[in-house]
Design a protein around this ligand. Structure first.
Ligand SMILES: O=C(O)CCC(=O)C(=O)O
Ligand SMILES: [Fe+2]
Length: 217
């Protein structure tokens, strides 16, 4: 267990893992350049941040969901393959979301949901942030159950209970106590289950999941 984890290890949800320095500073710099230059036309602006989605897109044009693929670029595909080779993911990611956070931006507490294999791998670039976890069965959304600091170049795995029993989010604030926040990029690698699992195919639920995926785009 690394120094960051030690302070909060006892309260960490099962299935939550942090691997510091998973990528080298050179790989980090290459990725940052890639998103600023070659991939700059891939960005989509959401109301609170910008995102790029590689892999499966879900399109809700009628009740039978359609899907299409934007080819995952080589440097991103290499990382997805490394996550499997290193044993962090069992299935190769087919849905990779790049999130851009300017200082003060965040992502509201959410669950990644049953459309994916319960394993989300998050690689952070450039700046640290704090990821908050909230138990799904608790009504309290103002006090996180656990908060973990994700340093730049780290890998965070949200699997098992951490994936299924908790929401996660990043508060929209400039900085908290002892926290420095700068411009941050993150890459989230997931494997979308196709066709959607039984839990997700009941019409109302399916619609909600597809909406969620749409909104994240
Ligand atoms: O940027 C992050 O670290 C979190 C991203 C996330 O939760 C998501 O894409 O579902
Ligand atoms: Fe998430």
């Amino acid at each position: 267990m690394d120094a960051v984890g030690e302070q909060t290890a006892r309260s960490w949800p099962r299935g939550l893992t942090l691997i510091p320095e998973y990528i080298s500073p050179a790989t980090e710099a290459d990725l940052v350049n890639y998103f600023a230059e070659e991939a700059k036309s891939h960005w989509t602006a959401l109301s609170s941040r910008r995102v790029i989605l590689y892999g499966l897109h879900f399109v809700q044009s009628d009740t039978s969901h359609r899907r299409y693929t934007r080819v995952t670029p080589e440097p991103i595909q290499r990382l997805a393959e490394r996550l499997v080779a290193d044993g962090y993911q069992d299935q190769l990611a087919n849905h990779i979301l790049v999130n851009e956070y300017k200082v003060g931006q965040g992502i509201m507490p959410h669950e990644d949901g049953p459309a994916f294999v319960p394993n989300a791998a998050i690689i952070s670039l450039l700046s640290a942030t704090v990821l908050d976890f909230y138990r799904k069965d608790s009504a309290d959304r103002s006090t996180p159950t656990t908060s973990i600091r994700l340093p730049p170049r780290s890998l965070c795995i949200i699997a098992d209970e951490a994936y299924t029993s908790y929401l996660h989010g990043i508060a929209e604030r400039i900085a908290g106590a002892g926290e420095d926040r700068g411009y941050r990029l993150s890459l989230t690698f997931r494997h979308a289950i196709l066709p959607l699992p039984a839990a997700a195919t009941e019409p109302a639920k399916e619609k909600r999941i597809l909406n969620l995926l749409q909104r994240r785009r």
